[in-house]
Write a protein that binds this ligand. Structure first.
Ligand SMILES: Nc1ncnc2c1ncn2[C@@H]1O[C@H](COP(=O)(O)OP(=O)(O)OP(=O)(O)O)[C@@H](O)[C@H]1O
Length: 282
């Protein structure tokens, strides 16, 4: 069990706010951490990693990482990091980047194989694509067999196809290694696919915590389907108003009333729901 009970004063965009987190995590869980920009997600990961100080306590199994008397250094905490900017050693090949963390050659070969990087093991980082660097970064974080793997939006810079492939790889490595993982993400489908628990922060506090289905599904009341999308345009065809809405990767048209057309603003995030009893799924 990982027990976190920390506070830290942050300088938010509207003045000071307290990051105030009480959290128990089962070992082996995959947790997705969501919340609006500035809600404290990165700071929480940095506090867990020992990169920032905080008041309170962190215990991992029978080890104390932080309490009133001591705070273990980054090196003393059993963690792996994957951040958006990869941070590979530029003067080392892919394989050397991994072996720098641990001399376990067998594990390095295995990780490179699972992430389909074996043929690139002698390449230098500046000759890799973004997705390949991200995979190396993930392999390197796992080389130390960390107790806790912290990932801060590791896939956000990648295109959808590469994202989905890496999600599969992250999931299969998570299942194989059973590492307790906390991953910051803004992408509900990614959270749903990967995590068994979703925690949402707002202004430094946990406002939602539960399984992915309960936290992420937005269907309310008697609505059968509900999608959130961005209103791109409103057009008038004869006497009918049509809203053009971007939902996921699709652009859809929805007929709206004159009053709705007057009240909506282009660029607004709106909810599209239907009570259709038996929709077609093809
Ligand atoms: N060491 C610090 N001391 C005081 N305030 C900080 C510190 N680090 C970050 N902050 C502030 O705390 C708030 C939360 O920042 P944080 O980076 O944790 O948010 P986030 O949820 O990760 O946001 P994003 O999704 O944009 O990455 C921000 O307003 C930031 O300016």
């Amino acid at each position: 069990m990982i027990n976190i009970d920390i506070t830290k004063q942050l300088h938010g965009s509207d003045g000071f706010m307290d990051l105030d987190i009480k959290l128990n995590i089962n070992e082996g869980d995959f947790i997705a951490l969501g919340g609006e920009s500035g809600s404290g997600k990165t700071t929480l990961l940095r506090v867990l990693a020992g990169l920032e100080d905080a008041k309170g306590s962190i215990t991992v199994g029978d080890k104390t990482w932080l309490n009133a008397k001591e705070s273990l250094s980054v090196q003393e905490r059993d963690i792996g990091f994957v951040f958006q900017d990869y941070a590979l050693f530029p003067n080392m090949s892919v394989k050397q980047n991994l072996l720098f963390v641990s001399k376990d050659k067998e594990l390095a070969e295995h990780l490179l194989e699972v992430t389909q990087l074996s043929s690139l093991k002698d390449r230098m980082p500046n000759r890799l694509s973004g997705g390949q660097k991200q995979r190396v970064s993930l392999c390197r974080a796992l080389m130390a067999k960390p107790k806790l793997l912290l990932m801060d939006e590791p896939l956000s810079a990648l295109d959808p196809a590469m994202r989905s492939k890496l999600q599969q790889e992250i999931l299969s490595l998570h299942k194989e290694f059973g590492t307790t993982t906390i991953m910051v993400s803004h992408d509900p489908s990614e959270m749903y696919r990967l995590s068994e628990r979703v925690i949402v922060l707002d202004k430094g506090k946990i406002i939602n915590d539960g399984n992915a289905k309960d936290v992420l599904l937005k269907t309310q009341g008697s609505a059968k389907f509900s999608f959130e999308g961005e209103l791109l345009d409103i057009i008038k065809v004869d006497v009918i108003f049509i809203a053009i809405i971007s939902i996921g990767k699709q652009i859809v048209e929805v007929v709206i009333t004159k009053e709705e057309a007057q009240n909506f603003t282009i660029g607004q995030i709106i909810n599209v729901s239907t009570k259709a009893f038996s929709p077609n799924v093809t």
